[in-house]
Design a protein around this ligand. Structure first.
Ligand code: UDX
Length: 434
């Protein structure tokens, strides 16, 4: 069984290396030669815990993982071809941009020689997998390929675990032949009794968007409850804990904070709603989630500004964490970046630190002061914002922080610290929803 992944982005590279780990010969194809050069030296183009080790193992030791810039050649022996190219949100619309997916489909169509299964793993709007089938059918007879939807559920920071031990695998097919080939490549997961959901192509596409949108809804819901708690004197931590103990609700994704970010939730929520609108269906809940989340980091920044009577000119503010969540260097739709920009535009002098995301942040916010440590950020700051819950931000010496800061004020946007305990150190503490 030979597997080809088209696209060496986050999903393509993680999935390709995990299939190599399963024992399959895997080839990752990309047009970007500079990217391939880096990967072929054993360096991943982004930070994901454990991925560099997997890359070196399968590139150099098992040699089950290889790279190519030539899709035509790569397709010759492929049994399964995964399309894992990006589907960003279009600049002026809420729809996913399918240009890259369609281009790959056309190229596949021109080069299929032997039967293979074409799998759409990129997150695409409902109906796209059929559209890709149409594109390929224009050039290739239908006995030469089958089309499958197999959405990914990889979380950044825990992607390898998510692939190797998923809650479920979703496979949308049109016939038994492609279904059994897909079952074969996921066989190692069958052996560990993972739930494999075999369904139609359309259902598989909806499952992906409905899952992400539901999780996003949970986050926005608890964020709005946090706002209420702040005004009526409740504590969202207690509320979320008690809610989560109800097994029907579940404890996960009920952490109030600065809003959800990243490359998936904000984009998927918008695309889900846009697809529904095209079919004259209004997803009013999802629309509300999108609006609530877009407003959230701006609202948080306003609260911080209010603390300084909206006079930030010359005030030094420290920001810890720039990535959209811990264990990644990804700053796409990072609420930390949005908040940093808002405060900077209002005249604050921003000092910041992130263990991995600073190089990416410098590209979008070059005028911030990038520091080498938490201490450096704290020195002379009139407020410290904990924006991303990296582990190393969870064990501060609060006495030291107080001494280093000009004015000891902490905005803990991830509710890492205990309100009362911080106040005991003589530090002014602002959590979320407390
Ligand atoms: C998500 C999905 O979890 C994954 O299944 C999907 O395939 C891709 O999108 P990811 O974007 O990596 O993964 O991160 P995730 O851990 O889901 O967090 C998304 C955002 O929500 C982050 O900004 C995070 O800080 C925020 N979040 C998450 C909260 O604010 N509160 C929570 O309780 C959980």
């Amino acid at each position: 069984m030979k597997i080809v992944m088209v696209g060496t982005g986050y999903v393509g590279l993680v999935s390709g290396l995990c299939f190599a780990e399963f024992g399959f010969e895997t080839l990752c194809v990309d047009k970007n030669q500079a990217r391939l050069n880096g990967i072929s030296k054993g360096v991943c183009p982004f930070f994901e815990p454990g991925l560099d080790d997997l890359l070196v193992k399968h590139l150099n030791l098992t040699k089950r993982f290889s790279l190519s810039n030539n899709l035509q050649e790569s397709l010759k022996e492929a049994n399964v071809v995964f399309i894992t190219v990006g589907t960003p949100t279009k600049r002026l619309e809420n729809e996913a941009d399918l240009k890259a997916v369609h281009e790959v489909a056309k190229e596949i169509a021109e080069n299929i020689i032997n039967y293979c299964v074409v799998v759409i793993k990129s997150t695409v709007p409902v109906g796209t997998t059929r559209k890709i089938k149409e594109i390929i059918s224009q050039k290739v007879s239908e006995d030469k390929f089958d089309i499958v939807s197999n959405p990914e559920f990889l979380s950044e920071g825990s992607a390898i675990k998510d692939f190797m031990r998923p809650d479920r695998v979703v496979i949308g097919t049109e016939n038994k032949k492609s279904e059994s080939i897909m079952q074969e490549i996921y066989n190692p997961l069958y052996l560990q009794e993972t739930s494999i959901v075999l369904t139609t192509i359309e259902s598989a596409e909806v499952i992906k968007y409905a899952s992400n949108s539901f999780l996003a809804t949970k986050i926005s819901f608890i964020n709005e409850v946090a706002d209420l708690c702040e005004t009526i004197g409740g504590n969202v931590l207690d509320v979320a804990k008690a809610m989560g103990l109800d097994k029907r609700i579940g404890e996960k994704f009920l952490h109030a904070g600065p809003g959800f970010g990243g490359s998936c939730f904000p984009k998927d929520v918008k695309a889900f709603s846009a697809t529904a609108k095209k079919h004259d269906v209004e997803l009013s809940i999802i629309n509300a989630v999108n609006a609530s989340n877009e407003a959230r980091p701006i609202k948080i920044a306003s609260r911080i500004k209010n603390r300084f009577n909206n006079k930030l000119e010359g005030i030094v503010i420290g920001i810890l964490g720039l990535s959209f969540k811990p264990n990644t260097d990804d700053i796409r739709n990072s609420t930390s970046i949005i908040i940093a920009n808002e405060l900077y535009k209002s005249g604050a002098i921003i000092k910041c630190f992130d263990p991995y995301a600073m190089n990416n942040a410098k590209k979008v916010l070059p005028d911030l002061n990038y520091c080498n440590s938490v201490d450096e950020v704290c020195k002379g700051s009139s407020a410290l914002i904990i924006a991303t819950e990296w582990n190393e931000f969870k064990v501060f010496d609060l006495n030291k922080i107080k001494k280093l800061m000009k004015d000891p004020v902490i905005f803990d946007l991830r509710n890492i610290y205990n309100n009362e305990a911080v106040k005991d150190f003589g530090i002014e503490y602002h959590g979320v929803g407390q």
